[in-house]
Design a protein around this ligand. Structure first.
Ligand code: AMP
Length: 238
């Protein structure tokens, strides 16, 4: 364990000893998994694998998967396990995953979790998965979801309440007009929370029971949460 509690310093400067391996970020919609994944990329230089982003990419490109997923996602329900597992299998074959990766939004069901566990076991030699659950209370989640805006060009994430852009409606990095995800409305949020409680909360318990599991408070400032995750992963890996 080497990180301070207030800031995250990129790993290459501090010479982090830990090989990150596969890291799983768990938590309800809006807890900040995507935001934290982007912080952790800076620390470990490993890719983020967000099934939500991959699915939105398929929707944007109009692939067969995208056509199937679009309506399901619009309702706040989960895309069938087999389709998502297949998409993840393809992504995990890419060479940038060799030193580790940050799974964000996957697995979301026990079927997906068992599939992933078996797949990692079959690969052999790889470091075991470390799971970190981010916790935030319901009302704060609702504000985060309805206030969330993203840059369609550089993928920066903002929040009208917590992290507004300097110029309203435009990205600080590249000046592009910010967008809102189609499923970031209060009505769809409620359905996504129902899906989370019914299908994904058991996944959290699955990884808690397996060990190599940590829980962090997601109500704190972004760098403090990131430092907490880094410390937890280094502790679980040591
Ligand atoms: P996210 O960006 O992680 O909030 O995901 C947005 C939507 O994509 C979800 O509400 C689901 O409809 C779908 N989705 C993302 N990841 C998964 C997954 N692992 N399993 C099933 N559906 C998913």
């Amino acid at each position: 364990m080497s990180s301070s509690n207030s800031t995250v310093t990129p790993g290459r400067e501090e010479g982090r000893k830990t090989t990150p391996g596969p890291i799983l970020l768990l938590g309800a919609p809006g807890v900040g998994k995507g935001t934290q994944a982007k912080e952790l990329i800076k620390v470990w230089e490993i890719p983020q694998i967000s099934t939500g982003d991959l699915l939105r990419g398929n929707v944007a490109q109009g692939t067969e998967l995208g056509k199937t997923a679009k309506e399901i996602m619009g309702r706040g329900e989960l895309v069938p396990d087999t389709l998502v597992n297949e998409m993840v299998a393809v992504r995990l074959q890419q060479p940038d995953t060799a030193n580790g990766y940050i799974l964000d939004g996957f697995p979301r069901t026990l079927v997906q979790a068992n599939w992933l566990d078996e797949r990692l076991a079959a690969l052999g030699g790889a470091l075991p998965l470390v799971a970190v659950s981010i916790k935030v209370d319901y009302n704060q989640l609702l504000r985060r979801i309805t206030g969330r805006r993203n840059c369609p060009v550089c993928q920066s994430i903002y929040n009208l309440y917590g992290k507004p852009p300097a110029k309203e409606g435009f990205c600080d990095v590249d000046g592009a007009a910010l967008a809102q995800r189609a499923d970031d409305t209060e009505k769809v949020f409620e359905e996504r929370m129902r899906a989370y409680e019914a299908l994904t909360a058991p996944v959290v318990e699955h990884y808690r029971a397996l060990g190599r599991f940590a829980e962090v408070d997601g109500g704190r400032p972004i760098p403090e949460i990131a430092a907490g995750i880094v410390a937890a992963v280094e502790r679980l890996r040591s």
